[in-house]
Design a protein around this ligand. Sequence first.
Ligand code: 5GP
Length: 127
Amino acid sequence: MAWTYDDANIFARILRGEIPNRTVAETDHTLAFEDIQPQAPVHVLVIPKGRYVSFDHFAAEASDAEIADFHRVAARVCRERGIASDTTEGFRAITNAGAHGVQEVPHYHLHLIGGRPLGRMLAKADA
Ligand code: 5GP
């Protein structure tokens, strides 16, 4: 089995500059931008610039440099957006993968969500 990347997905189009985004941070390997439908006062998406479908695809096949950069950018976003867990009330980092995870966009992305109490991770009815 292997992951198949769809170059027509919306985040690929954002990376090609075909669709605008509200950029929060950018490096050679990583882009962070505001979610278009924020679920909380802070809702930033962090994506690798490489063609990775999901968290496990990225974790398995990205280079060490891409993986390190991705997480450093995520930490910087937490700090800069006022949700870092050492100095504030914290946040939730979520990534959805595949149909059971209800992943809508098939380009790996980490949601950084905070700025209000977020409740339990899964509602009991969903568990
Ligand atoms: P998923 O369900 O795949 O984990 O999350 C996809 C996320 O992408 C959703 O939170 C949705 O609001 C966001 N999203 C979808 N299309 C766009 C877009 O064109 N621009 C931005 N900034 N976010 C988007």
